[in-house]
Design a protein around this ligand. Sequence first.
Ligand SMILES: Nc1nc2c(c(=O)[nH]1)N(C=O)[C@@H](CNc1ccc(C(=O)N[C@@H](CCC(=O)O)C(=O)O)cc1)CN2
Ligand SMILES: Nc1ncnc2c1ncn2[C@@H]1O[C@H](COP(=O)(O)OP(=O)(O)OP(=O)(O)O)[C@@H](O)[C@H]1O
Length: 199
Amino acid sequence: MLEAGNLSRPVLRRQLRQARRNLSPLQQKQAARALYRQLAQHPLFRRARDIALYLPNDGEIDPRPLLHAAQSRGKAVYLPVLSRWPRTRMRFQRLQLHDRLAANRFRIAEPLSNPKRQRRTWTLDLILLPLVGFDEHGGRLGMGGGFYDRQLAYRQLRKNWHKPTLLGLAHECQKVDRLELASWDVRLQAVVTDGGWYG
Ligand SMILES: Nc1nc2c(c(=O)[nH]1)N(C=O)[C@@H](CNc1ccc(C(=O)N[C@@H](CCC(=O)O)C(=O)O)cc1)CN2
Ligand SMILES: Nc1ncnc2c1ncn2[C@@H]1O[C@H](COP(=O)(O)OP(=O)(O)OP(=O)(O)O)[C@@H](O)[C@H]1O
């Protein structure tokens, strides 16, 4: 496990992104299957009707087996879509079965923006968040855009928001001993990896 100790956020990000990109296609496939087994039968996933997740990029663990399971169980699946303006905003948009996807400005695939299918964050049941690094206390280090933090900032106003449930998804190699959290960083309920649950 990486000792985050006195590494700066940019250095930590670079090392952790490199580690996940170094995984082979076979390792990625096995990790995606293991993640699916950790989560598919869990009550948090089974009970959720509206679930946000992401399309994998830059070596991220692949949640698509969960996406397909959710769709075949009749759940609604949402993906992050970056707003054209303001550029710091992201929305969660419902994915339709035969949606066309296009690369956003970070070259991540996303559906074409359609405000009618976008949902307010607090009406979702479960958000499966991508991350670059995590610790066992719900700490999350993201790509550095602050998109998820901004979208979830409303939670800081009240201590007992319970919806949606926030679960980070990651490879085991993204675990660090401890992350310094900034004031705007939103804590995750838990992180699920190919190896187990943390937090
Ligand atoms: N799969 C996935 N989708 C996601 C996220 C994510 O982390 N993973 N995001 C979570 O927030 C949002 C995109 N956030 C991002 C934030 C910063 C960079 C970034 O710095 N990328 C480049 C450098 C900038 C550039 O190319 O212009 C890089 O790869 O270094 C990428 C994505 C929305 N969609
Ligand atoms: N609630 C917020 N309101 C305004 N700005 C914010 C908020 N949350 C984060 N930011 C801004 O976003 C920038 C990036 O934050 P941070 O490095 O924590 O992103 P991240 O969590 O790694 O990224 P992401 O959530 O996109 O994966 C910070 O410089 C911060 O100023």
